[in-house]
Design a protein. Structure first.
Lengths: 161, 149
């Protein structure tokens, strides 16, 4: 069995995704693997909200702008976390449906390990409730690592020289 | 961040006491204050009212989704209110609103905010489920319905 050559971390602005990034940085260092961080601006959800009339057109534009700023901020933060540990990370921001964009990136960039943050601990049986990371986990064509226990991940990240 | 994680009994109120739109907005924000989820009542109410001033978030079939961005919170905050008799909320179809989902978020969590609103939008499409929610007798029943227990 070979070790991962290219690791993708999905970042969505949650604390769980930042913990996943720290874990990805550690894995990249341990295995000397390439590391990518991806943020997806969820334009699909915004279109759904506009169609449902929950969003106004100018509100959609405003939130899209906010998400672009979020993408840059969180990806810069991951880059900073990686640089502190001497790890190089390629950052990427795309737009569309989150799980589809993750799958596209995995295929296009030949990623062999997807790292995501902890999923919701509460599982609703209602189909309307899902989180995008969970969808990505189910549809990813490569192995998926779900990162838990932020304290121990932080310790591992901090101990990285 | 899944919306379901925000659902708990203390952020659900049924029945709501308000009779009109300004009061129901205050009552929904008060739910969050009573649940000790927020500190700055006025800032949150202003954010939600400002959005309502542009166009009502009263959708079709008795559902309303008042929402707003504010630096007065650091995480997503959800309050659910149910008015079985309906409250005039200037909704698109003129039908009084029975189900209220209030969602507020800080500006830097636009992604999770949008995803949570999208989940509510999907939920609103199920008329049978919304009817069951509107007829729930107490907060516990609302939580059980939403979590599918």
């Amino acid at each position: 069995m070979s070790t991962p050559k290219k690791i993708l971390v999905y970042i969505d602005g949650t604390e769980q995704s930042v913990t996943a990034a720290q874990y990805g940085i550690c894995l990249s260092s341990f295995y000397d693997a390439e590391l990518m961080a991806l943020y997806v601006i969820n334009t699909r959800a915004m279109e759904d909200l506009l169609r449902a009339r929950i969003f106004l057109k100018d509100e959609q534009v405003e939130y899209e702008h906010d998400m672009e700023s979020d993408a840059q901020r969180y990806l810069n933060y991951v880059d900073e976390l990686a640089r502190k540990k001497g790890v190089s990370v390629t950052t990427k921001s795309t737009r569309g449906s989150v799980h589809k964009e993750i799958v596209n990136t995995i295929k296009e960039d030949e990623v062999d390990l997807l790292v995501i943050g902890e999923l919701s601990r509460i599982r609703s049986r209602r189909d309307e409730f899902y989180d995008e990371a969970e969808r990505a986990m189910r549809t990813a064509p490569c192995s998926v690592l779900i990162v838990k226990d932020e304290d121990s991940v932080w310790e591992m990240y901090e101990s990285l020289t | 961040m899944a919306l379901i994680e925000l659902v708990q009994e203390k952020i659900v109120k049924t029945p709501l006491e308000s009779k009109d739109k300004p009061d129901v907005l205050r009552e929904l924000v008060q739910i969050l204050r009573d649940a000790q989820e927020i500190d700055d009542f006025d800032a949150i109410l202003t954010a939600v009212q400002d959005r309502e001033d542009k166009q009502s978030t009263g959708l079709q079939d008795g559902i309303a989704v008042p929402h707003g961005k504010t630096t007065a919170v650091t995480r997503l905050k959800l309050a659910i209110g149910i008015a079985p008799q309906g409250i005039d909320f200037d909704s698109l179809d003129g039908v009084p609103s029975k189900l209220f989902f209030l969602l507020v978020a800080p500006p830097e969590l636009a992604g999770p905010h949008v995803e949570a609103l999208a989940e509510i939008a999907k939920l609103a499409q199920s008329k049978a489920f919304c009817k069951a929610l509107a007829n729930a007798e107490n907060a516990q029943e609302v939580v059980e319905l939403l979590k599918g227990d």
